[in-house]
Design a protein around this ligand. Sequence first.
Ligand code: NDP
Ligand code: OXD
Length: 309
Amino acid sequence: MSLLLVAPNRNLKTLKEAILAEDSNIDVEVWPAIENKERVNFAVCWNHPKHLLGQFPNLQAVSSLGAGVNHLLNDPDISEEIRLSRIVTPTLRGQMADYVLNAISTYRHHWNDYYRDKNQTRWEQQLTILKEKCSPGIMGLGEMGQATAELLIKNGYKVNGWARSHKEIEGLNAYAGKAELSDFLNTTNILICLLPLTDETNGILDLELFKQLKQPGYLIQVGRGEHLVEEDLIYALDTGTLNGACLDVFEEEPLPAKHTFWNRDNITITPHIAAITPAEEAAPVIVENYKRALSGMELIHEVDRERGY
Ligand code: NDP
Ligand code: OXD
């Protein structure tokens, strides 16, 4: 029996050590140097190569190394009977909430303009956008969305939130389902996407949606690249429907050097770092789920395949 770690371009040494510190009896394999494919029962994956997971005849469960699971649900090599899970930790929630709060402050205080001005020795005062004029609206009130809503509320923002089901969060104006989407958008001017990527949410961030925001709007996109219709974002920025955008996730990652987003002053780009699971927090969850998978128990943060997240 072995546990496989797969994450191209990531150094998995620390994670392997943290797993072994939890339980030194576990046989940990790190892709691509796999000694025995037959022995792999559990895999932990991030950006795993196509057709890799079909090579392990005794695979019982696969965990995402992060919170998102679309890369696992979309993989035809993971058969229906293989169980799926994800890793959500307090630090991950906290990082996401901090990222969004910081993105809102950066926008309100025009920090990006001042960084550019400094490079050109330019002194140009701008009016800070008052907190009272900001209505952040969070799409998706799951693990990341709820933590983000709570931090924004604590920081004095009037926050709207939208999910599939109605949520009771103190201080939050909650909206639910397609029927209440327009009302949610009409009262929001800083839109934060924290939805999972599913058939229903693919391409949800389009021009029609941006036009329904309280104008002018601002977009913070931390969900998945495929939520956003990229050309609609450019059109919305060019026509003043949106004032700007802060993007952490992209259809193609790394974002290609020739991509038009790089040349836009009103688009802030970060390289998918809004929240990253620390190895020492991921390891106990991985070890627990490895053991649960082997004994047929329900996994921590097991994915509901039917629901798609
Ligand atoms: P969860 O699965 O915990 O929550 C998903 C939320 O979205 C739920 O509130 C759910 O509603 C809502 N939702 C799902 N489908 C719909 C729909 N069709 N209409 C309305 N609401 C819907 O997800 P997480 O909070 O863990 O993650 C959110 C996103 O953030 C994911 O895309 C993930 O990949 C991404 N992420 C990005 C990171 C980064 O570094 N950029 C880091 C971590 C996560 P309900 O509660 O009613 O089920
Ligand atoms: C995640 C992510 O899903 O980093 O955890 O996007």
